[in-house]
Write a protein that binds this ligand. Structure first.
Ligand SMILES: O=C(O)CCC(=O)C(=O)O
Ligand SMILES: [Fe+2]
Length: 300
C-alpha cells in the first residue's frame, strides 16, 4: 500500500509547474482538474503510477494507499504551493477534491494543540478508529492526509483497519444491533457536500452487507449517549478494528489516502512532552476530502 514515485516521474514533476487551482463552490473546478490531468499525463510513467494507486484504493482487499511524495516535498518545499498543487493533482486522479467546511481553504491544517480534547483531531492523545464526517448522510468517499512534519519526538503512528473485515468477525446478533439506527456522534453545523445531518444513524447499512460505509467512530463510545446493548456491539466492533489494524509512521511528504467505504483510520498518541516543542516544529498534516465521480459508483 506504499507507492513510490518512479525517478523519471519525480524529475519531470519537479520541472513542471502546475497552474493555481480554481474552486467551484466547495469543489475543485472541472477546468483545474482537466489542466492538471493534461499536465500529469504528459509525464513519464504517470499512467502506471495512477493505475497502481487506483488498484490500492479500490481493488480486491484494498482501501488505502500512501503515496511517497517525500522527494518532491524536499525539492519543492513541503509547504510550498507548487508541492500542494502536485498533491492536489494526484488527489484529483482519485476523485473530486472538496472542502466540507465553508470557512476553511481546500486543505485544512491539522496541527497539534496541547489544550484540546486529546482524543480529537489535532489533540495529543490516542485518536481512536473513525470515519471523518461520520454524521453526514453522505460522508466523503475519501479522506486524505498529507504529512508536512511528523512528531519530532517520534510519536503518532497512523492506524488503519479494514472495516468490513472487522464487521465480518462479529456475531450475527452484534451485526443486527449495529444495523439499527441507534447511534449518534458530534454536531453538524455549516457543512457542504456531505448531505444532511444523520441522527440517529445505523453503523451498518443493512441493505448492502460487505459494501457501503461502516459508519463508525470509536469516539462515540466515550462521547455519545448510547443504549447498553448497542454500545456493547459498538465496543466489540472497536476491538475488532484494533485486532485487524496496521500501523505506520507517516514520513515528510507521505500522502495517505483512505477509501472511507472500506477502511477506518486513526492515530496513536503523540509522544509525551508536546508542550516542550515550539508550535512551529510540531507535527503538521494537511487534510483534504474527496468525492467519488459518478462513474466510480458514487455521487458527484
Ligand atoms: O492526526 C492524524 O494522523 C489523524 C487525524 C484525523 O484522522 C482527523 O483529524 O480526522
Ligand atoms: Fe480522521
Amino acid at each position: 500500500m506504499f507507492i513510490g514515485i518512479p525517478h523519471e516521474l519525480e524529475a519531470a514533476l519537479i520541472d513542471r509547474s502546475l497552474p493555481t487551482w480554481e474552486l467551484d463552490g466547495p469543489y475543485l473546478a472541472q477546468s483545474t482538474m482537466k489542466e492538471y490531468r493534461t499536465e500529469l499525463r504528459a509525464t513519464p510513467r504517470f499512467e502506471e503510477t495512477a493505475a497502481t494507486l487506483h488498484h490500492a484504493l479500490t481493488g480486491e482487499g484494498g482501501g488505502y494507499a500512501v503515496l511517497r511524495l517525500g522527494s518532491l516535498a524536499k525539492a519543492l518545499g513541503s509547504d510550498d504551493d507548487r508541492f500542494l498543487r502536485l498533491a492536489t493533482a494526484f488527489a484529483a486522479e482519485v476523485a473530486v477534491p472538496f472542502s466540507p467546511f465553508p470557512r476553511w481553504p481546500l486543505w485544512k491544517d491539522i496541527g497539534v494543540k496541547v489544550d484540546k480534547d486529546p482524543g480529537k483531531s489535532s489533540g495529543i492523545g490516542y485518536n481512536a478508529f473513525h470515519m471523518d464526517l461520520v454524521n453526514g448522510t453522505l460522508p466523503p468517499d475519501y479522506s486524505t492526509l498529507l504529512c508536512v512534519r511528523p512528531d519530532p519526538l517520534g510519536g503518532g503512528p497512523s492506524i488503519l483497519s479494514d472495516a468490513h473485515a472487522a464487521v465480518a468477525r462479529l456475531s450475527e446478533d452484534s451485526r443486527a444491533l449495529l444495523a439499527e439506527p441507534a447511534y449518534n456522534y458530534g454536531t453538524f453545523f455549516d457543512l457542504f457536500g456531505v448531505g444532511e445531518e444523520y441522527k440517529p444513524f445505523p453503523i451498518l447499512d443493512s441493505s448492502d452487507p460487505g459494501k457501503g460505509f461502516v459508519r463508525f467512530t470509536a469516539k462515540m463510545l466515550e462521547r455519545s449517549e448510547l443504549g447498553q446493548a448497542h454500545a456493547e456491539a459498538a465496543r466489540e466492533l472497536a476491538e475488532e478494528l484494533v485486532q485487524g489494524q496496521v500501523s505506520f509512521m507517516l514520513q515528510p511528504g507521505d500522502y495517505l489516502i483512505v477509501n472511507q467505504r472500506r477502511f477506518l483510520h486513526g492515530r496513536e498518541a503523540l509522544h509525551s512532552g508536546q508542550d516542550t516543542v515550539p508550535v512551529a516544529d510540531r507535527r503538521l498534516l494537511l487534510q483534504l476530502f474527496l468525492r467519488a465521480r459518478a462513474d466510480n459508483g458514487s455521487a458527484a
